[in-house]
Each structure stands twice: as C-alpha cells, then as structure tokens.
Design a protein. Sequence first.
Length: 738
Amino acid sequence: MKRTIIIFILSFFLIDFVSSVNQWQKNELIKVSTNNQEMIFKVDGSGKVLFLYWGSIMNDATPFLEYKNKNFQLTDQTITPQLYQPYGGITYIEPALQLTHADGVITTELIFEKVEKISMNENIDHTVITLKDNVYPLYADILFKSYKKENIISQSVSVYHKEDGDIQINKIASTYIPLHANSYHLTYFYGSWGREMNIEEKKLTPGISVIESKRGVRNTQSTNPSFLLSLNGVSGEYSGDVYAGSLAWSGTYKITFECDETNALHIVGGINPFVSTYYIKANEKFTTPEMILSYSNEGRNKITHHFHDWARRYNIKHGDQIRPVVLNSWEGTYFDFDEKKILKMIDDAAILGIELFVLDDGWFGNKYPRNHDNAGLGDWQVNKKKLPRGIKYLAEYAHKKGLKFGIWIEPEMVNPKSELADNHPDWIVKSGNREKPTERTQWILDLSNPLVQKFVYKSVDNLLSESSHINYIKWDANRYVTNAGSEHLPKDRQSHFWIEYTKGLYNVYERLRAKYPELLMQQCSSGGGRIDFGALKYHDEFWTSDDTNPSHRIFIQHGTNIFYPSIATGAHVSANPNHQTGMYNSLKFRFDVAMSGRLGMELQPADITGSEYDFAKKAIENYKYIRNTVQMGDLYRLVSPYNDTGWSSLMYVSKDKKQAVLFVYNLKFQSPTAFFETQLKGLDTNKNYKIEELNAVENKNLFWGNLKSFTGDYLMKAGINVDLTEPFTSRVFLLEVE
Ligand code: DGJ
C-alpha cells in the first residue's frame, strides 16, 4: 500500500513536471519574465540567438520578429548582440565565453539548439536555452530562473562537450547583458577593512570599466560583486531606469562594462578569468555561479525591495525567522578570558535581555594556546586552562539562563604555530617551493583538496557535537590568498585552484547544512570581507564590518543594504571610546544606528552602568518590539548620508503597513535654526498612524507630534520635521496604525 502511494505521488509529480515543459515554436520570441520585467530573445536566420530587450513588460513585442538594428547594412551578418556572446564570429566586444577546443581552435560560434521552459512552482520558472557550436560538439545551457513575485531573474551557464580531448576554458561568464541608451551611470561598492561597501558612482565613458577581485577568500573587502546601472542620467531612489546585478560567488570575480563605439553597453560578469584556466573532459560539465539580476523603472529603492524579498525567501538561511539579539565577546574580552569571566558575561547578558551569547576568538589550542593571533589556528580543541569544563559546560549554562549559545571558528586557516601546521604542511596553500607569505600570522588551508575539506567539515562537526545547545557559529576568515597554488592539484591543473577552492568551501557548507539545518551561521571575514549571495546561501547573516563607530556604520549599512537585507546585517553596539576609531559616541547614537540592522552588542556588559544601563535595557526591549518590521519589512531610504547636509534618514514599513520605524541621523553641527524635514514612504494613505519616539533620553526635545496621530497621506506628503542639530545625534520613531 505504502509503495503504491509513493509510485502514485512520483508519477503525478512526473506528469506535472513534463507537461510544463514547452517546446519553443519557430518564429516565436523567447521570453524570460517576472511580474514586472522581461527579457526578450529571438533566433535569427543564421540560428544565432539575439538579445533584444530587457525592461518592463511590453504589451506587444511582435515587431521584434522583424527587428534589424541600424548597423545591419554595414556587414553581411547581423551584429545585434547575442544572448551569450562567445569569442568567435563577427564580434569585437569583451566576450562572455572564450575557450580552446580540443584541436586547438580558439573561436566558438554558438547557435540555437533548443529551449525548455519549466514551471517549478507558481512563483518560479526555469528557462533553459541550449546553444551549440556550429562546428564542434560543444554545448552551452543558458539557465534563467525567474522569481515572479520578487522580480528577480538569475542567470547561470553550463558548458559541456563531446570533443576528442579536453577543452580549455579561458573565460566563462555567468551573464552577458547588452543595453542601449544615451548615457550609462554605474554605482558600485568600494572599501577596505573597517570601511566596507562605500558607494562609488561614475558616468561610463567609452572603453571598459571593471569591478573585480583577484583575492579569493576575503573577496569582498575592497569591492563587492554587485552593481547598479542607471540609464540616461543618475537614477534616484524613486525614479529612473535601473538595472542591477549581484554575483553569487565567493571566489574571484570580474564584471566589465564596455561602452563601444556605437554607444551600446555590454555587461559581462562572472568568475574572474585571471589565472583560472579550467579544463573539462568530454561529457564533463562546467557550471558558472548565478548572477542575480533585477530591473526597476521606479528607481533604485525598488531594486532593494526585489533583492531583499528574494534573499529572505530564497537565498539566506531561515529568512522567515526573526533573529535573536546578540552579545559577542570579542571587544569585551579579546583573548583575555577564563570561564569565570565568560559565565559572568552570560549572566549579565541574560539580565539585559540578550538572547544569544557568542564566544569569539581565543577558546582553543593547548600546545599552542590561542592567547594571541599568532598561534593555535587549526587546533580546534578547547583550551583546558581557560575553559576547564569545556564548551559544553558554557553552552549548557547559557541555555539554562535562557540564552542561545554561539561560538567563533576560523576553520579555513592555520597558524604556523599550531599542531595542524606541524602535522600537515602539505595542506597549506602554496606556490611550488616558494615562501608561503603569512597575513595576520596565518596561512590558508588548501580547500581544493578533499582531505582538507573533510578536515574542515570535521572540525566544525566535532565542535557542534559537543552540545546540542551550540546554536550558532561565527565563521571567520581573516586573510586573502597570495602565492596561490596547491600541492594536491596536478602540475598542469594549478590554474584550477581558485575555482576548486570555492567549490571546496561550498562542499563543506553543504555538508554542514545537511547535518545542521537549524544551526544559525554568521559569515565573517575580518568584518564584511565575504558578503555575497553565494556564501549567504548557507548563512543566516554576516558581520558587516569591524568598524562599529555609528557615524561610519551609517555609511557602511547604507551601502550594504542596497543589495543585502537588514535581517542579515550584524550591527553591534560597542564600547566608548570606539576600539577602532577612538571616537566617543552617546549610547543612544550607538543603539539608534545598530537598531536599523540585526541588533547586537560587542562589549563588556558590566561596563554599562547607571542610567546608561537602564537605557540599554529599554532599547533592547524596544528593538524586540520593532524588529519584525526592521528585519522583515520594506526598507525605504529617505535621505542618503552621502548628501552633504549631514542629515540622513531611512525607514522600514511592515508588509501589512501597520507598523513603521523611522531612523533619523545627524552627522554635522547644524545651525540652531535649522531643522530636518522628510516625507515618509510606503505607508497606507488612508490609515492613521500614531507616532511615538523611541530611545528618547530623559524625554528631551521630543518631536512636537509625539503620541499624536497623522494619516499616512499627510506623513507621505507633508512629512515630519525633527529638531536635530547637534552632531552625531539621532532619533527613532515608531509609527503604528491605530
Ligand atoms: C575578525 C572579526 O571581524 C572580529 O569580529 C573578530 O571575530 C576577530 N576576527 C577575531 O579574531
């Protein structure tokens, strides 16, 4: 009986699956669409698939069946951009694909083979367009996943062949996008340690502009593989045509923006081809990471909604679950702790209303104790001197106090002073017989090696097996790759290193996730050094930056949250003066900034005393009241910190529009006669919202409309004005439908 039911379910699934595969009809346009955008392709007379359009949905796209671009008379073949442009045939642009065939030929020309549309469920369609070389048995499957409601389209490419020998892939992008407009304006992210995700904007000029990383591991510390591209002028938050992309890959990457002599723009993005030649045998398949794409004709704030909604539903782990308030031990103790100190921190955290305690670096290593950053990495056994009763005891203690327990680990790394380095020198990333340069006195383990993958997996698994009350790990990675190379990879396959490393890392994440589906995981890499949708697929959140100084965090979080959602944005209140900057900030300002992300603390709780203690306790309580809106709601950027007035503001509105939270910050001295005014967004026009100021200090300078009600219409048209003139001050307002 049981068997019959299973067969029935399987055959039902199969019929449904097969019937939703539509074969493409000749002379039809091929469309990839979501609720508000579409890409349109067609097969031309020579069999090439042309990329005709990406933008909002068209009522009638049939003229594209006849479409010829202006240059068609100039050559005897069309040079309308292709769906996926290889190097070969008539092309002069940066290609998406360049490979050397088994017989040494370096060109590829791709023509249409077939298209399949598969409806995965009511919200997701897959479209696979298969291209084939017109001479060689080489294929490229271009896969688009459309997330209709979230208005996201992801693109990836798989290449395989039946040639007589290996093919050599010199470049394989995840996406190629052609656009045509009068001008193009690129927004991208640039930074360094402690100042990640700064926004940079530039008008693209003829030639090629590049966003790339050649570093590996800490791959997003200086640039992030995400971009916004505005057409015909810089887009506003709420107006203009904007295209966006973000590569889901934690290895090296390259995205080029080529403005050619016809004033067309060609975007090519994916794994960085830099020293990454990759060979595949006949019948092997190489699949690129996904480029996550979206379009908006209502400015860039909409792009943020698309990415946040998609990320919460389909990318980050547990995107539908509220995040706990964290206390992380790092800046409270650094390496200097023992069991007594940690237990006291847990006690204090519990009273303050903290929900998760994270023990950071310094808990491991015996022969080479981790009392400094120069020893112990790789020896993941608890330091018996510091913690005689082990991690299990701490985790259970925290549990009894009503807290979740988390622990730091940096499992990809090894200090020269460690038992691991003594025992496995062959597991360390190295380039032949050259010196292995250290950074932060550490080396990187060679994750292209399956034995190392097993070790890394086992290190985390063993730690988690200590107690079912370890609920969270902070996965750190504090350097990037230099002198790349692997003792495991064959001599003639050293260029596989960069790709195999990242695949090895994902393999470990996959195995951990399979065994520990409920585990909360934070991605950290010296702060925001590995924030990408590839790594985030396995994580709940990221450590946004080691710089917790609020006036800096306003910028860092503003940039980060354009693509990556607030629910995943670790934002901690730290000590005074700030350990990175030496600057003093009021506790209120520190809280008001941290509360616009996933709130946590990073200090010694016992150091907060008197009225500050009461303030902190109340602020945590307030955060718990608003966090559903901050973490799950829609983010509206109202005033950018990059404008030079000194004021900036953002708000979140819950999906049902019943609650909103407004944050206002001031970074400059303002004339006492000046006041800040902003119109709100995203509210229900017809509802009455009662406004209440949160985190007010001694009820000073309360908003004139405090505890009064206003219609959404009024608040979105007239706005609210705030008396906020002193530098480094802030206000938080709760709005609730009455
Ligand atoms: C770098 C991280 O960004 C910090 O938060 C902390 O975990 C240290 N590593 C520990 O070494």
